[in-house]
Design a protein around this ligand. Sequence first.
Ligand code: ADP
Length: 552
Amino acid sequence: MLGLMQEWPLLCHKILDHAGIQHAHREVVSRSIDGPIVRTTYAEIRQRALKLAQRLERDGYRQGDRIATLAWNTARHIEAWYGIMGMGAIYHTLNPRLFPEQIAWIMNHAEDKALFVDLTFLPLVERIAPAVPSLRQVILLTDAAHMPQTTLPNAIAYEEWLAEADGDFRWKEFHENTAAGMCYTSGTTGEPKGVVYSHRSNVLHAMMACMPDAMGISSRDVVLPVVPMFHANAWGLAQSGPMIGAKLVMPGARMDGASLYELLDTEKVSFTAAVPTVWLMLLQHLEETGKKLPYLKKVVIGGAACPRIMTRKFEQNYDVEVVHAWGMTEMSPLGTLGTLKPECEGIKGEALLDLKAKQGHAPFGVEMKVTDDNDRVLPWDGKTFGRLKVRGPAVARAYYGGVGAEQFDDDGWFDTGDVAHIDASGYMQITDRAKDVIKSGGEWISTIDLENLAVGHPEVAEAAVIGVRHSKWDERPLLVVVRKPGAEPAKADILGFMEGKVAKWWLPDDVAFVDEIPHTATGKIQKIALRKQFGDYRLPTDSGLLQEGETL
Ligand code: ADP
């Protein structure tokens, strides 16, 4: 027997309808690419998204077409997403931090037909557009007055293009499993892989994200999504913000400490989210200026492990709650969030920082397990680590074009490529990427734990740990350090600082000082490049020969 409730497909434009009706006058504030702060409302964004959908249809775009965006977080980018989805096309966010050849490869793979682009990226687009034959039109997110000279034959100013539609348009109706958006993983190994979100997965993910033990935002919040819409969907905030009716503050192209502080302060932001690198810049700015954060209540930190010192500073010096989160493009992207369950009541001081160093627990809609190399499920004891696998309605079930099939199994589990343990209360902690974990004498050493520990040293600016070949142990950890300006810590000093805080056999065998650690386009440490750089490195502990009686 079927239930007798209405079939109300979970379509993304319903989120914007809700925001435009229930929260019509709530502001969306953007730092525009041209410079000034601009203000609009959900009602206006909805009206303009309707025009955008109408105009796209008039220009001949059809359901299922991929329409790319190469843009910062602004209200225009939001209306572009909703307009594209509302006429049944698929928004495809491009990450400008990738190499131009990689962007062209991704656009060709997705067969993008049109591109909405911020002026910042015009030189980039002029370079790659000739290599993308499917591209029919480039819409520059500006008005006629700011329209620059361009070599692109098919470029048009957004405001003029939009003004030709009157907004008398009805959103298209289709099945909730229809594709809504696309985002490629940055492809640190192999070619980038396309993740295709559906309307249903986006709506369910937005609901999950809003829940009190997830991001816990409400219409009374002022939300600053610093994490870009082009990187893992701005962690869903362009959907959960309007769904909940929160005021949004969009930072545009400027994410330095001073610019972010200005928005946090003048717009009275209560909730924000970004990767650790961004918060490092803000904290530096606060320390240099002596400013405080009177309005900010919560900051979600993820994308890379949140250093303990960062949590300590936000919570103890600025009275801002830190929620450490983990996720990935393939998960829309939220996987776990480190909000406190009742069983954590009473945990304080260093023990609380230990808990907050974990990436958190899964909200409804994310199932997790940790397995060994033989796919046996490992216990939730907070120490046995293995491959982290997930499933849920907002988790990918395949990549676009069927590549990477080995990451998905028949029971619907997706192998995240992360290595983690889970404790009895359900808190998960990432200990490594599967390809980065160090296997010393058959036992695994977590590089992330060692890195977090090393950056706690007052003279260390950045640290990375890689496995280096060792004739006895197979691999042993090498700590690569960028020193703080003017500081000259000795190797023994840093290793001494780490001693006693991890198992003795985990301690790096050596420390190498470098001026710079290479990063990927999305700001993660490029371990592949580091491993290459130290490919011939001989550790002082490696005699090169096996001692008598020793085995590998
Ligand atoms: P990319 O395309 O660069 O892989 P993602 O944002 O999808 O971009 O990256 C997801 C990966 O980032 C995860 O699989 C994990 O390795 C890492 N990651 C995300 N959040 C955290 C975190 N809080 N701590 C440690 N690693 C994290």
